[in-house]
Design a protein around this ligand. Structure first.
Ligand code: DGY
Length: 323
């Protein structure tokens, strides 16, 4: 088994690959490899371990007729042309589950940061502008008793919404199917998207990026939200139409936004950087030592299993395994 890894991931996964594979080539630069660099690394390999920043399209996939498995070091796999990989009988795997809590925690960190103006307050203090307690300084939004709207109640959405209980919040969720865990444990109510947007004080997105969810939240939908609502996105940037979000924030249609993901990553719109009511993070939802180590092991295990013809723990195109 010969594999190419598009970036140095935590060593646990690399060690596993080195133990199990005849050749492990790692792209050693600390930057996103170009398409040509990926194709070059992939030459003659049976497997690829890639990141969400690598666009694994038809061109990359068909550059190597030997390729049998693609392991994504991420839960989301919108960076991979899965349909094309499936047509070619290539197994595609991902790393959900292990990053659920880390991502849910980060969504709460953003929600609190925007609502209580944490980043603004930190800047204010560092700049030496704190001249004593004031009755009107940096007034924010309280969580207790408010309504939380969760868009997407899969693993991360559920873990996120369950924590709403600590803050005494009501929970609404928008999801294809009913989520009995949320209903029984936090009394959550399933609603349609428009009602969720109209009724929630805080909205958090936990959906995968697909053709259906691309630009799901546009200006019209943002204008349905309460004027003092907060929107959080730790899923994928393109679920919100970024230009529309900028417009809504500029027009003060909502209170603020907390973003970990962007429509054209790593590009972040200058307008967003200038807004005080927006907290911006560099896509670090899963960035804890514990989680990244687990992701590294899981991505490596998935790849080895797929190449051995065994069933990997998380396969996004299981039809290939049956064939
Ligand atoms: C994922 O795995 O999809 C996350 O966005 C990584 O942080």
């Amino acid at each position: 088994m010969k594999v190419f890894v598009t970036r140095r991931i935590p060593e646990e996964g690399l060690k596993l690959l080195e133990r199990e594979c005849e050749e492990v080539e790692v792209f050693e630069h600390d930057r996103i490899p170009s398409k040509d660099e990926i194709k070059r690394g992939l030459k003659g390999k049976d497997g690829l371990l890639c990141l969400l920043t690598d666009r694994i399209d038809r061109d990359v996939i068909s550059s190597n007729p030997k390729l049998r498995a693609i392991s994504n070091y991420a839960a989301g796999y919108d960076n991979i042309d899965v349909d094309f990989a499936t047509e070619r009988g290539i197994v595609v795997t991902n790393t959900p589950d292990v990053l659920t809590e880390a991502t849910a925690e980060l969504a709460w960190a953003l929600l609190l940061a925007v609502s209580r103006r944490i980043v603004e307050g930190d800047r204010f203090t560092r700049e030496g502008r704190f001249r004593g307690w004031s009755p009107t300084l940096l007034l924010g939004k309280e969580l207790s008793g408010k309504t939380l709207g969760v868009i997407g109640a899969g693993r991360i959405g559920t873990a996120f919404a369950l924590k709403a209980r600590c803050f005494g919040m009501k929970v609404l969720y928008y999801n294809r199917s009913r989520n009995e865990v949320l209903e029984s444990r936090v009394g959550a109510r399933k609603v349609d998207l428009e009602n969720l947007l109209r009724e929630s004080d805080f909205v958090s997105i936990h959906l995968p990026l697909t053709k259906e969810t691309h630009h799901l939240i546009d200006y019209r939908k943002l204008c349905m939200m309460k004027r003092d609502a907060v929107i959080i996105n730790t899923a994928r940037g393109a679920i919100i139409k970024e230009r529309d979000l900028i417009r809504a924030l500029r027009e003060r249609r909502i209170f603020g936004a907390g973003l970990d993901v962007y429509e054209n990553e790593p590009e972040v719109a200058e307008e967003l950087k200038e807004m005080e009511n927006v907290v911006l993070l560099p896509h670090i939802g899963s960035a804890t030592l514990e989680t990244r180590t687990k992701m590294s092991l899981l991505a490596a295990e998935n790849l080895v299993k797929a190449l051995r013809g065994e069933v990997p723990k998380y396969c996004v195109n299981p039809q290939v395994l049956k064939g």
